[in-house]
Design a protein around this ligand. Structure first.
Ligand code: MN
Length: 477
């Protein structure tokens, strides 16, 4: 059997040969890109198969190399990963119009996520691929830049967040926001810099005070400032009517301590030094976020009236918050890959149960088993819900969608002839808001015609357009 070094080197040689004569938009030889993806995956501490698949990720789509060549040389697992990444990128092809492009990408992406749920490493390779592409986006023409940046902001950054890859999320979001809205980006970046500068002195003082107080309690710690990302400030300002005085985490200090007990002790120490703000203490250690994020947060007011957020966590929590799923791969690599091979998934970190769920659901669907899709908490895009046809096709709709939206989404012929709806096997009515995981069966009759009263029972723009169109043409005939 080939040694680690050998396999990786072999993959590099294979990719170099396959991409020979191809160039990137920057003018550089194409191989620069797969090698950059390799480096990113190595930095993330990914396992060897993932790194090899990263090196080869563009070969099947863009070169003469075939999947069976890869399988022969590197085995089933690498071939599966390369195939998955290829499928993800073909799902994006042919979507030229940006308005339909994004929703379609999200659709396809989610469908594929379920299909690929078996091996989440496919998504990690895709994220590394996107990271390098967005880092080198300036070489593309402006219209392409905007499109890729938008897609990154709306699809890949949320995905990184879902996997709790915090550092990646920030880089993806800020790099792409710069292309999506360059003026706003500069404006906010300057705002953050100015704010940080004005706070510099008092922050130093606070840091010293906290270290001293923690030392007295024999709590050893590392303390550092965290700079707020431009894009997250943009989103927060939108939520708060652009009022910067309502943003309480512009300045945040991170305290990394030894263990969980020290986290709570440190929180007490900080509250004895400064006045905590009402309702701003969050215990994500006892109650982790859905992506597994753990930390204690508190916002305090200093004597000179500065608002500072503290984030207190252990080293492991910190590592996990920065690197997310990739970090767990690093720590559990052997176990995890073994279990993937055996089809066992219970060794994933418990705080990433949604992945386990995704995998179990995918497996059951493949076996043709009935699954309780309601329990699948797959809300990567929080404003979306997933409902199902009785045959099990997945339809995603905006949160708030009603049965007629579903019907028109299937086909306008179905929408036009709706007489009723069954939700989860029970008769329901057209005013009933659809919920995540509902199985929706539309009842139709040939004799039914669209009614103008339906306009009040529709939520989506898409269905409204179709209905209006039909109502108008009926009036004219
Ligand atoms: Mn690529």
């Amino acid at each position: 059997m080939a040694t680690t070094e050998n396999r990786v080197e072999k993959a590099v040689a294979m990719a170099k040969k396959a991409h020979e004569g191809q160039f990137r938009k920057t003018g550089e030889p194409y191989i620069i890109h797969p090698l950059a993806v390799k480096k990113i995956l190595e930095e993330w501490g990914m396992d060897e198969d993932t790194i090899i698949a990263g090196i080869l990720h563009d070969t099947v789509e863009d070169t003469k190399l075939s999947l069976s060549d890869i399988k022969k040389e590197f085995g089933e697992s690498v071939a599966f990963l390369v195939d998955g990444v290829t499928k993800l990128s073909t799902a994006r092809n042919g979507m030229r119009d940006i308005d339909t492009y994004l929703p379609e990408t999200k659709d396809n992406f989610l469908r594929l996520m379920i299909a690929l749920g078996d091996d989440i490493r496919v998504l990690i390779i895709k994220l590394a691929d996107r990271l390098h592409n967005i880092r080198t986006l300036s070489a593309l023409p402006p219209d392409k830049q905007k499109k890729i940046a938008k897609e990154t902001l709306e699809v890949f950054a949320p995905l990184a967040d879902r996997l709790n890859m915090g550092r990646l999320r920030v880089e993806l979001a800020d790099l792409s926001f710069k292309y999506v809205d360059p003026r706003r980006f500069e404006e906010l970046k300057n705002m953050i810099e100015k704010y940080n500068k004005s706070a510099e002195k008092s922050l130093k003082k606070i840091e010293a005070e906290v270290i001293e107080a923690l030392k007295k309690e024999k709590i050893s710690c590392e303390i550092s400032g965290r700079v707020k990302s431009v894009y997250s400030l943009h989103k927060k300002l939108a939520k708060h009517d652009q009022n910067i005085n309502e943003i309480y985490d512009l300045i945040a200090l991170r305290i990394i301590v030894e263990d969980v007990t020290d986290c709570y002790l440190a929180l007490g120490v900080i509250h004895s030094l400064y006045t905590p703000m009402n309702g701003r203490i969050k215990d994500y250690i006892a109650m982790p976020k859905q992506n597994g994020y753990q930390s204690l947060h508190t916002t305090i007011i200093t004597k000179d009236k500065r608002v500072v957020e503290f984030q207190i966590r252990t080293k492991e929590m910190h590592e996990y918050a920065e690197r997310g799923l990739a970090a767990s791969f690093y720590y559990n690599e052997q176990k995890l890959t073994e279990n993937y091979k055996k089809g066992k998934i219970e060794h994933l970190p418990t705080n990433l149960l949604w992945i386990t769920e995704l995998q179990m659901t995918a497996a059951k669907l493949r076996e043709g088993k009935k699954v309780d899709l309601k329990k699948l908490k797959l809300n990567l895009f929080a404003d979306k819900i997933f409902v199902y046809t009785p045959k099990g096709d997945i339809i995603d709709l905006p949160n708030g969608a009603l049965p007629l939206d579903f019907a028109y989404r299937l086909h306008s012929e179905i929408g036009d002839h709706v007489v009723g709806v069954k939700i989860n096997g029970k008769m329901s009515n057209l005013n009933k808001k659809l919920e995540q995981g509902d199985i929706v069966e539309i009842l139709t009759s040939k004799n039914q015609t669209p009614k103008s009263s339906w306009l009040g029972k529709i939520f989506t723009h898409h269905a409204r357009q179709k209905l209006l169109h039909r109502l108008n043409s009926n009036n004219n005939s």
